[in-house]
Design a protein around this ligand. Structure first.
Ligand code: PLP
Length: 361
């Protein structure tokens, strides 16, 4: 069996063990004589799986008891509108930090519901960094402060979260959720499409604090209310059963590996190796992102010409490496090294980078 080196930005590589388990259990899930996809979401078997997946998120991240963990559908993109729809009235103001494409999409959705104040606009710096605390122009008494913890396209990441005082933070963590342990308590809502760091596409993990749930509006459609999903433990309607199953498989492996501290150590080593290769040869590799804002998940860089970039991507593919092409909106090279990207894959791409630079530098 030939598994390639997978650097896609999402959906992204999953742990081999999680896939093999699914393969083993595909036709006969835990002796039930059927697959998880063919099992009622009201069965005791699914119930146990659902509870286990929630517990794994809680244990791995040390999520306090006053947070609900939801498994929703519609991707992070639906959360762009669900957050303001639930929390923002027409005359209220929410602060948004603009650090890239996904932040901009979240901002556009919020404008349908209330007042949006851009408390930081990274366009002037070409979105090559995330803000420092001093850069933020926060609105006193804002409803919430929304930011994107990792900017998948530009390759920037917050290494210190914004401090909004008593105002709840709302964060799109789609591309760095659970890349390391962190304190959940300043956050009112955290949401993340699973397909980068914790599982397959089709399930979005949402963490929401009790007091925020209580403040959510009631005069909106049932399926779009956080309250509905909290009250029904994400089982108001049919959940994405197979995706939750895969998420469970992935998280169980993270737990067996030693939890998020261990995952962070590995992630830092992987991204560190690539950045080191870039920094050692600045005449050939150009990293546009400010060092303090470099993403540990998506490493972006340029080569001396677009022709060389195309060649790098094509040759990489011949060597069994996929997903090296930067996002179509920015070009260049992007290497995504999410939680489940093996260290061996990073070692292989780093060897290839060095060889390529030697041949063309
Ligand atoms: C940071 C971030 N937010 C949101 C999204 C959109 O996620 P979805 O496709 O699950 O709606 C992406 C997708 O790449 C992303 O990287």
């Amino acid at each position: 069996m030939a598994r390639i080196h997978n650097f896609y930005a999402g959906p992204a590589v999953l742990p081999l063990g999680a896939l093999e388990r699914a393969q083993r259990e595909m036709l006969d899930w835990e002796g039930s004589g059927t697959s998880v996809m063919e099992t009622s979401h009201r069965s005791k078997e699914y119930d146990a799986l659902h509870a286990e997946a929630i517990q794994l998120v809680r244990d791995l991240l040390a999520v306090p008891d006053n947070y609900h963990i939801l498994f929703l559908q519609g991707g992070a993109s639906l959360q762009f509108c669900m957050v303001p729809m639930n929390l923002l009235a027409a005359e209220q103001t929410a602060d948004y930090l603009h650090t890239g494409t996904w932040a901009k999409k979240a901002i556009a959705e919020a404008k349908h519901f209330g007042q949006v104040h851009i408390a930081y606009d990274g366009e002037a710096d070409g979105l090559t960094r995330v803000p420092q605390q001093a850069d933020l122009q926060l609105t006193p008494g804002a409803r919430y402060v929304h930011f994107t913890s990792n900017n998948t396209i530009k390759g920037t990441q917050y290494h210190t979260f914004p401090d909004a005082g008593d105002v709840p933070l709302v964060c799109d963590m789609s591309s760095d959720f659970m890349w390391r342990p962190f304190d959940v308590s300043p956050f009112g809502i955290i949401y993340a499409g699973a397909q980068k760091n914790v599982g397959p596409s089709g399930v979005t993990v949402v963490l929401i604090r009790d007091d925020i749930v209580a403040q959510c509006r009631d005069d909106i459609p049932t399926l779009l209310k956080y309250k509905t999903h909290v009250e029904k433990n994400s089982l108001f309607n049919t959940p994405p059963c197979f995706n939750v199953y895969m998420l469970r498989n992935v998280l169980q492996i993270f737990q067996e590996m030693g939890g998020l501290q261990k995952i962070e150590e590995i992630n830092r080593r992987k991204a560190g190796l690539i950045y080191e290769t870039i920094d050692r040869n600045p005449d050939f590799f150009r990293a546009p992102v400010e060092k303090e804002s470099r993403s540990m998940m998506n490493v972006v860089f340029r080569l001396p010409s677009e022709e060389l970039e195309a060649q790098f991507v094509a040759q990489g593919k011949q060597r069994g490496m996929v997903g090296l092409k930067g996002h179509r909106s920015v070009g260049g090279i992007r290497i995504s090294t999410y939680n489940s990207c093996p260290e061996a894959s990073v070692a292989a791409v780093v060897d290839f980078m060095k060889e390529f630079a030697k041949a063309h530098g």
